[in-house]
Design a protein around this ligand. Sequence first.
Ligand code: BG6
Length: 465
Amino acid sequence: MNKNFLWGTATASYQCEGGWNEGGRVPSLWDVYLHENNLENGNDASDHYHKYKEDIRLMKEGGHKAYRFSIAWPRIIKNDQGEVNPEGVQFYHNIIDECLKNGIEPFVTLFHWDLPQYLEEKGGWAEREICDAYVEYAKVCFEEYGDKVTYWSTFNEPRYYVFSGYKIGNYPPGIDDTQKTIQASFYMMLANALTVKLFREMKMKGQIGIVHSYAPIFGVDDSLETKIAMRKADNYFNNWILDTAIKGEIPIDMLGMLNEKYDLSFMKEADFEAIKHNTVDFAGLNYYARALIKPYTGGESILRINNKGSEAKGSSKVVVKGWFEQVFDNPDSTYTEWDTEIYPQGLYHGIMRAYEKYKVPIFITENGVAFYEDVPNEKSVDDQGRIHFLNAHINAILNAIDDGAEVLGYFIWSTMDLYSWKNGHEKRYGLVGVDFENNFERKPKSSYYWYKKVCESNGATIERS
Ligand code: BG6
């Protein structure tokens, strides 16, 4: 096992920081959307804004080699004139310095969904102007932190973010508009390419990648119909991010299908050139589950996500009209309370497929499982279910490495309990419990101590199969 393997955990700014109106931070679209709709929000989140030193100390004591976190654009750039907020800039210097002081590699994501509201008001990701604003923001981050940070990611999960906001409508801006979904998807991938270009032009040290919500595709059978549905599903779930960012090619069969119904004239030749010539160095793959696919059987598109947990278990449904359907009730599978299938083999196959296809280094940038847990009333939650889940998934990664895949790091979602988008705080993923009612007290769970041994032994304590 590579002795430089990055064992770590991950968070995202809005989900853990809190301090939403402190230090000159301006509102993000999430603040406005959640406040206006009276929904549970991340105003305080896990209070990482004030407790980051304690959190990084726990990482160090927990054997971590790396910390994946995101920079909040609304802390860095105050308005659409590009005015920089020195206090916000300093906050991330503090985090990065604290990591380095503790021997922890900072693994930085530039955008994990908290778009400044002033940009959302100008049309957000559905308008071309956002690309310039994003590149300007990235430039400030590269200039400030470039000599300290080696691993950069442009975006966290473009697919999940864009589809949830523009098509499913359960994330801000909360609409169902396919034309805008296509535009936002395209502009995000264009912004990715333009930022990679800037990274090269600035001769930044280190590497730049993209983080994708990876759903390896499996079919219900080997029929031709299923295979065709699987290809469409792969385009929908994976290829438009990974092919575009890594190979510099947007899947042409997908564009052909979209072109029959939607207006793609906003995609310019120069955009395709930029995408072709500015590809990323690595793939960050977030893996929670595979997508089990069957052929489309009829009816309108339905994209229903269970954000209510056990209250709505089994309610998830994904039908993309004319393309495919996703299976959520496979009798041989186990699902979490939020309808996520537990399928570690999917991670092994997913890594092998991605590595064979793209031949770039891979980081598993998120992997984890959520449970309801009684953190306030227990001294330390004994989360054996999570340990079992993590062991099985790390085992899958080690098997893929044994079979030749270049996987360079693994990040558990999440470092500590935090705010889960639309699911609130009760959907807990953390290795460290957070008592949200009692001064955000940190309470490491059994999985934290288990993972410490994994990190310190460089994976040797994983039970292999
Ligand atoms: C990923 C995101 O989609 O999955 C995280 O990058 C998110 O931000 C995580 O929290 C788990 O999803 P959820 O919806 O259960 O919080």
